[in-house]
Structure formats: C-alpha cells, structure tokens
Write a protein that binds this ligand. Structure first.
Ligand code: AMP
Length: 616
C-alpha cells in the first residue's frame, strides 16, 4: 500500500473529470475539491483500488461518487456500482448525493435498498433496473441470496464508513458480499479509523490499493476565543442572528459556508433581516472581490459570507468574529478560517456550527489545534430581548441629552391631555412605535438545550447514540414518523445507529449495554437466533435498529441462549415495525420475532446464563 498525505488544493478541472460533470459541480455551487477529493478522484478515475481514511464532513461522498458517475454506462440498465453503508440513513444520503451529481446524465438511476423498506417496492425498483445500488449489508445480502440483485456487471464496489459497519456487526455480511462479487472490479474502502479487522478485509479483498490519509496539521491558535454550537432544535440562520445580536464586542464578521450558492443565499437572507451583508465567492472577479473587502474595511459592510477559496488572505482588522456556518473539511481549513479574526493584536472570536454527525470533526479540530472548543449556549429569547432593551435604553439616554427636545415634550403633553392619559402611557406608546421595524421582543420558541458532548480528551466518552443525523426536525428530509412524543420511544425511519461501549467495558452478562434503561412499558420477545448461530448482542441491536427504525436506546435487555434469544422492545410497536421485524434476518437466519411466552419451566426471567433452550 502506498500512503499519500496531502493538503493540495486544486480545481476540479485538474482532476480529470468530464466537462459535463464539471458543469454539474459548478451548478451545485462547488468551487474547489476538498483535500480528500483532490487525492481520491484521480486514483479512482484510473480504476485503482483505494483506501480513504476520512470521516463525515470531509467531502468523502463526492470523492467516490464523482468517479462513479464517470464510469456509468447509462444505456446498460444493470447495477454497475454498489455502495455499502452501515445505516439506511447514510444509504439514502449517498443515493441523494449521487442523484444530484447526475443532473446532466439523463436516464441515470440510483437505488437505495435498506432494511425496513418493503420488499415488494424494492423488487419492483430492482427489476426496473438501476445503475448504482446503495444499500445496507443485510438487505443487499438478502437480495443476492434471492437472486433479485445481480452483480455480474459490477465495475466498482464502495465500502463507506467501514469501521461503522464493523462496529454494528455487519463485517461478516460485508465479507459475504465481497466474496460474491465478480473477480475483477474496483474497490474503494472509506473509513474514519483503521481498526485491525478493517485492515485485514482491505488486505484480503483490495488489489494494491493506494491509501489516502489527509494530514491533520497541528497548529496553535491563540488570542482567539473558540466556541461551538451544536445544531439542534433551531434553524442555523435563526441561531446565527441570535448569536450575532448578543455577542459582545461584535464589530464585523466573516461567515464561512461550503458552496458559492450558499454564500449568495445567506447574504440575501441576512440582508433581508437588516444586516449589511454581502457574498464573496469565486465567481467574483478581482475588482469585485476587492470592492467587497474594502466595504468590509470601511464599515459599509458588517458581514461577508465567503467560501474558503474566496476568503484566502483577507486581512481586515475589524473582523471581530468568524463563524463556521458549515464545518470545514479539515483542520487546516479551520485554522485558516479563524485566522481571519484576531488580527493586528486584537482578540478574535470563532464560532463553529456543528451538526450532531460532525461531532467527530469537532474533536479532530480540537486535537489538531491543541485547544478545547467550548460549547456555546444559544442566547435565549429573553437574552436577545434584554440586549435589545439595553441598546434601546442607551439610544434613548443619548437623545435625552440632545438639544431641541422641547418641541417633542409639547407633543407628549398634548397627547396626554387629549386622551386623558398619563405621560408614562404616552411614553410607552411611543416606545412601541419606535421599535416597530425591529421589535424588542423576538418571536419563536427557545429550543430545548442540546445534550453536551464530553471533550475529546475524555476517552470514556460513551460513543453517543445518535451523534449522526440528529438534525433539527426542520432540517431533516420528510420521513415517515409513527409517533413523536417527548421521551416516549419513537418508531421512525432510522436516524441514528446503535453504538457500543468499548469492548473492555462490556458487561459480563450478555445484556445489551444500555446507557440508560429504556423507560415505559417493555415487551419481551423471543427470536430464533442465538449463540449457536454465531450471533452477538450487537448483531441483534444492529438488525432491529436498522430494520424497524427503533432508536437503539429504546431496545431493552437482550439475553442470548444457544438456539434463541430474548429481546425487550417498547410496547405498542406500530404494525410497520412489527412486520419489518417479522421479516428480519440476523446473519442470514430469519429471527421469527414473537412475544416471549417464557420457558416451559417458567424460570427464564433475567437468567442470562448459558443454557439450552429448545424450540418452543
Ligand atoms: P460528506 O463529508 O461527504 O458527508 O460531505 C459533507 C458536505 O460537503 C455535503 O453537504 C456535500 O454536499 C458538501 N461538499 C462536498 N464536497 C464539496 C465541495 N467540493 N465543495 C462544496 N461542498 C462540498
């Protein structure tokens, strides 16, 4: 294996992508490749195998998706590429990304297949023909076994988030699939970490792979206060305006986003909310770019929304704040971005927005910059109101000392007399009038506080359930949702995934390690897979969470026996989840879920010892 460590920034045109794909990227608003893209795309275009060590947020999806698009023969309506992902959520995301890159490829079809979705629909879609299949291992395996998925024309196989597949107990399924793919195909493996088992899989199934690892430069960032807000419960735009309003010492800000389209969108939205804001992106010629920077310097603009490339080298001392509205691809970009503030001996402020699935990137940044980034509590409505009232009072106080108030005092007296009300009431009415264009009280609700994540240094940090994709409701795509009430178990399309405590911390008894016991009524079910099938607790959690969309924290105790197991699930499971579970397989064995009626001797409650349990 050859390892490349690089931080190169090139243009997409240098990477060997076709003109049509370049146009699509420009339409989408991508300005330049992220480091992982710059390295991986040329290698994959050559048809070589590849190991990419990259996590979510680095742009890894496009790193493999763009070369895939170049390989597809649209006339051949057979699967030519297969992407395996650990969760249905990721399968859908990857399929959506592929579809967006196929804008100029009429007739292109990508099909996500994952557990929990009806077989009838999937069979219909498969028979219609798709060029790329994106799926979770279990369901792909099922279709291969049923011969409803044929991989004879496969050119490329991608293993996305391989370490997650390992954690979720899918690695055997992945190997099973790898063994049934045609001998000659390209394989790309992406993983945030490289545990030994993943290395072993890579050595066994990849042919002379190039290994790409993006270097994390360590740099120190001093004189900059660094904080992050974990995106939850509120739109980023609303959060941004709340923060900007309440931030102390705010003078001017550069806000970083990923695409040039986003610079324009955000600039328009901020301008509509009364901010002096403008976009700075690669579409601007040198003269226009300089104009924007001059305006920021002079105070004609207070906020510039920029992409990384466009903001390179900006040196404007009055920039008191940098906001990473979209998280950067790597630590180097982060350091460069926040270096736009704290200039000329002033202190700067760097605010980072982190989606739950990007928490890992946050920790990488903290490690690389050797500085902790503190969580920021979003200003409440009351905070914003108090700040507005304080500013308002200050303005009034200034006017109290001004000349020529007599004329206005007279008017107040007249109103007071004409309406037979006190001067205080008149003043209140005038205050109300004065704030009409920008009300002192803001509308909307305060979101519930987000769960704080322990710092990177805390190695005992429970691998948080649902770090991925707990986007605020409004940011999620519309998915079926069966129930949605507070703390009660939610049965929904899977939006997070089970994770497990460190191996060393696994409970001795074969119970499922839960961080907090599920509350509410639980029902115990029996399933027909047990230790004799080579099944582990994590396999059962993974299958149930994926197939029925039950958040893993709501899966209760699991007891493994030789030929069967029991699992506790929340009472009142919707029919869809129940049906999905009836069809679920673990390690290829149908689980045949049904309520547990207990052992014939009535003595199996809470007994987790290895024991024989005959079929009921
Ligand atoms: P990923 O790391 O693949 O999950 O990508 C994270 C986000 O970055 C996605 O929203 C992508 O659309 C976006 N993205 C990926 N590559 C680029 C690029 N070259 N320019 C701008 N945005 C990108």
């Amino acid at each position: 294996m050859t390892t490349t460590e690089s931080t190169t920034a090139q243009s997409f045109a240098d990477l060997g992508l076709s003109a049509s794909l370049l146009k699509t990227l420009s339409d989408i608003g991508y300005e330049s490749p992220s480091p992982i893209q710059a390295e991986c795309i040329p290698i994959l275009l050559q048809g070589r195998d590849l190991i990419g060590q990259a996590q979510t947020g680095t742009g890894k999806t496009a790193a493999f998706a763009l070369p895939l698009m170049e390989q597809i023969d649209v006339k051949l309506t057979k699967p030519q590429a297969l992407v395996l992902t650990p969760t249905r959520e990721l399968a859908i995301q990857v399929a959506e990304a592929l579809q967006s890159y196929a804008k100029n490829l009429p007739g292109f079809h990508v099909l996500p297949i994952y557990g929990g979705q009806s077989y009838t629909i999937q069979l219909k879609q498969l028979s219609r023909g798709a060029h790329i299949i994106v799926g979770t291992p279990g369901r792909v395996m099922d279709h291969l076994e049923r011969k409803t998925l044929n991989l004879d024309n496969l050119k490329t196989l991608v293993l996305d988030e391989a370490d997650e597949m390992l954690r979720m107990g899918f690695i055997d399924d992945v190997e099973w699939i790898l063994e049934r793919t045609p001998a000659t195909h390209q394989t790309a493996l992406f993983s945030a970490t490289m545990p030994e088992q993943i290395r072993r899989v890579a050595q066994k199934y990849l042919v002379e792979p190039r290994e790409i690892k993006i270097k994390s430069a360590t740099s120190t960032v001093e004189a900059i206060r660094q904080v992050y807000w974990q995106v939850s419960g509120m739109h980023k735009l609303d959060a941004l305006t709340r923060i900007l309003e309440v931030e102390k010492d705010f003078d001017a800000a550069i806000i970083f986003v990923r695409t040039k389209n986003a610079t324009v969108e955000l600039a328009d939205k901020l301008a509509a909310r009364g901010y002096a804001a403008a976009a700075l992106n690669g579409d601007l010629n040198q003269q226009m770019r300089e104009r924007v920077i001059d305006q920021l310097k002079s105070g004609a603009l207070d906020i510039v929304i920029a992409t990384d490339v466009a903001a390179r080298g900006i040196d404007v001392p009055r920039v008191s704040h940098v906001v990473n509205y979209d998280i950067p691809y790597d630590t180097e970009a982060y350091v460069h971005r926040i270096g736009r503030t704290g200039r000329a001996g002033r202190t700067g402020n760097a605010i980072l927005f982190v989606a739950p699935r990007e928490i890992r990137m946050l920790r990488t940044i903290e490690r690389a910059t050797r500085s902790p980034i503190a969580p920021l509590t979003l200003p409440s409505r009351a905070d914003v109101t108090n700040k507005r009232v304080a500013d308002f009072k200050e303005k009034v106080a200034e006017v109290l000392n001004a000349e020529g108030l007599d004329f206005f005092s007279n008017i107040v007296s007249q109103i007071s007399e004409e309406h037979d009300v006190g001067v205080e009431e008149v003043a209140a009415a005038l205050c109300m009038l004065a704030q009409e264009s920008k009300p002192l009280q803001i509308a909307g609700e305060d979101p519930a506080p987000a769960r704080a994540y322990p710092a990177a240094s805390d190695s005992r940090r429970p691998a948080a359930f649902g770090e991925r994709d707990r986007k605020p409701r409004e940011e999620r795509s519309e998915r079926p949702r069966f129930e949605d009430r507070g703390d009660k178990p939610r049965f929904e399309e899977r939006s997070d995934k089970p994770r497990f405590e460190d191996r060393g911390e696994r409970p001795r008894r074969e119970e499922r390690p839960t961080r907090s016991a599920p509350t509410g009524d639980m029902v115990r079910y029996r399933i027909d897979v047990g230790r004799d099938h080579g099944v582990q607790v994590k396999d059962i959690v993974g299958a149930i969470a994926n197939e029925a969309g039950i958040e893993s924290r709501f899966i209760g105790r699991i007891a493994l026996y030789d030929e069967s197991s029991t699992v506790e699930l929340p009472a009142g499971m919707p029919k869809e989840a129940d049906n999905a579970l009836k069809r679920t397989r673990v390690r290829g064995v149908p689980i045949n879920l049904r309520p547990d009626e207990g052992r014939p001797d009535g003595d199996d409650r809470g007994n987790f010892k290895k024991r024989k349990f005959g079929d009921r």
